[in-house]
Design a binder for this molecule. Structure first.
Ligand code: ATP
Ligand code: MG
Length: 327
């Protein structure tokens, strides 16, 4: 039986943070053993908010290097840069013509980001491009963090709509969301998710933050009233978030951590948490620092991936164009 297919991307919108790692990349690493995985760097999504061109180039290479440093293996997984495959934009446009504006306007992420940036058409249309990113590869699964559930749902709706109107073409993939760690919260505001594009760097632990920086950020992370180290996301969102981070990065159940820190103060717990997170990121950072010395090699790996992805993407697009009557 052919392998099942999975597709997912990470935006080149800033430094990858530990939420991206736990919610998405950790799943990629596991999935690449069983699935045919396509993992891409979403540079076209990144520009839905203003980006400095030089920074965007650096961030794109940096995300690619982190993919490799975290354990994505180009022998198993097809790694590529979104903008290298024009079929994404072409199918994105076609899917726009099937998408009511109202559906895009009610997307939670659009509402959040448009508040901050003013309403750009690209930001509104982001989910149709994302639907194209997914549907081109006819995947069975889309491994993402919880914040992307709504967007994957739109991709499924569009697949159904297209198939009904033009004949069986797309597969309806399911979103793969971790039971725990699918929504890591911001350190400076544990009621909102951790985000690359957060206005303060104290919001996130970047995968590339120094050990000292990580310890500092955890130390000043917003915590809750009371003094008990207990998982209770409703009443103790700050402490619960730190417990989840520690649990996910050390493969230790939250329960075990609660017991371990039962008699400790917030201060002691945060010191331990900062130490552990810094320790766990060190080996990834070491690999990253080696890889990033050679950006040309990283780009070559991405280009090899593009060739592989392009074959399927262009085939799907050709079929779509024919079905809708483009000649
Ligand atoms: P931006 O703020 O620019 O949107 P982001 O931090 O949301 O950046 P994305 O590149 O949009 O990161 O998302 C990449 C993947 O990481 C997606 O699968 C997304 O669901 C997941 N993800 C993003 N933030 C979190 C988080 N806080 N916790 C768990 N998963 C997350
Ligand atoms: Mg995002």
């Amino acid at each position: 039986m052919p392998k099942q297919i999975a597709v997912s991307g990470i935006q080149a919108s800033g430094n990858i943070h530990i939420g991206n790692y736990i919610g998405a990349i950790k799943q990629f690493i596991e999935l690449q053993e069983k699935y045919k995985l396509y993992a891409f760097i979403a540079d076209l999504h990144a520009i839905t908010v203003p980006q400095d061109p030089q920074k965007l180039r650096e961030q794109t290479i940096s995300v690619a290097a982190l993919f490799l440093a975290c354990g994505l293996d180009p022998e198993k997984t097809t790694l590529f840069i979104q903008s290298h495959i024009p079929a994404h934009v072409e199918l994105g446009w076609i899917l726009n013509t099937l998408t009511p504006i109202g559906e895009l306007e009610r997307m939670a992420q659009f509402k959040e980001k448009s508040d901050k940036q003013g309403v750009l058409a690209g930001l509104l249309n982001y989910p149709t491009l994302m639907a194209a990113d997914i549907l081109l590869y006819k995947p069975d699964a889309v491994p993402v963090g919880e914040d992307q559930t709504q967007h994957v749902e739109l991709a499924r709706t569009l697949a159904r709509k297209f198939n009904t109107r033009f004949g069986e073409t797309f597969k309806e993939p399911k979103a793969l969301i971790q039971k725990e760690g699918a929504r890591i919260m911001g350190l400076d505001d544990p009621t909102k998710k951790m985000s690359k594009s957060a206005s303060s760097a104290n919001n996130y632990i970047s995968m590339l933050d120094s050990a000292e920086e990580i310890r500092r950020k955890v130390k000043i992370a917003v915590t809750d009233s009371g003094s008990e180290i207990k998982y209770d996301p409703q009443n103790k969102p700050g402490i619960s978030n730190l417990l989840v981070l520690m649990s996910q990065m050390s493969d230790t159940p939250v329960k075990t951590l609660e017991e371990k820190y039962a008699n400790k103060s917030y201060g002691e717990f945060k010191t331990e948490a900062g130490k552990l997170l810094a320790e766990k990121l060190t080996p990834i950072q070491k690999r990253y620092n080696e890889l990033i010395k050679n950006p040309k090699e990283i780009l070559e790996i991405m280009e090899r991936g593009s060739k592989d992805a392009e074959k399927i993407a262009s085939q799907t697009l050709k079929d779509v164009k024919q079905k809708i009557g483009l000649i």
